[in-house]
Design a protein. Sequence first.
Length: 259
Amino acid sequence: MIKKNLAIFFIVLFLLVSTAMAGTVTRSFSSSAVAPGSSVDVTLTVDVDGESYYVIDEVYPNGWTVTNNGGGNAATSGHLKWVVVSGTSDTSYTYRLSVPDDTSGMIEFTGTYAFQGGSNIPVSGSSSVTVSNSEDCVLVPATCSSTGISCPNSVETSMVECPPGSTCTEGVCVVNAPSPTCSDEILNQDETGVDCGGETCPACAVPAADESARLTTLKERITSVLSEDGSLEGYEYTNNQLQQISKIAKALREYFSSE
């Protein structure tokens, strides 16, 4: 009796553990819109949640040809199966199908999976692709929001990354405005001239025209104070100071007379 109760206890415990686990299998396609005669890749993504084993039975459309089984068993027509009994971990399986030339419309995929003794659960994720001739499809303008083709009942899109230094704004890559600097050749910040002046940038150079005007003014002032012989009018200095000033005055006269 005790052995029987223990057996029942372990069976119930196993069922409870199996129920608590929640591994999943999700399907996705390389393209949701394909043309007759082309190929499509199908990926089954397995997320394990502690389960020790699982079985996947993927059912692909009748008449489609498997050109790469992705490690699955293709012994049964229309089916690809994966059975993992140990060493389970998160993984994915990608198989490839060839689309028949005479196929069109929305084509459905089905499949089930079961983890560690649980019941069969339908594969989640995408479950159909649209087969249409290229002339029935319309190109979607390439933007940073989406790009690809639009076919009946389906639009194939994918994100396009904007280059560094730009941002996707309303579907368009917009170059980011650069931060103002003292070398951007733009009058910004608190600059008083282009890339100069203000508290941030170096002082602006004196324009050549202003410098010339300064020299002219200086020449006029010196001429009005100094006599032709280099003496000073209206000022009293020692002989030594007068000699120094006379030398400076002579040098200044020579400088200005050489212009």
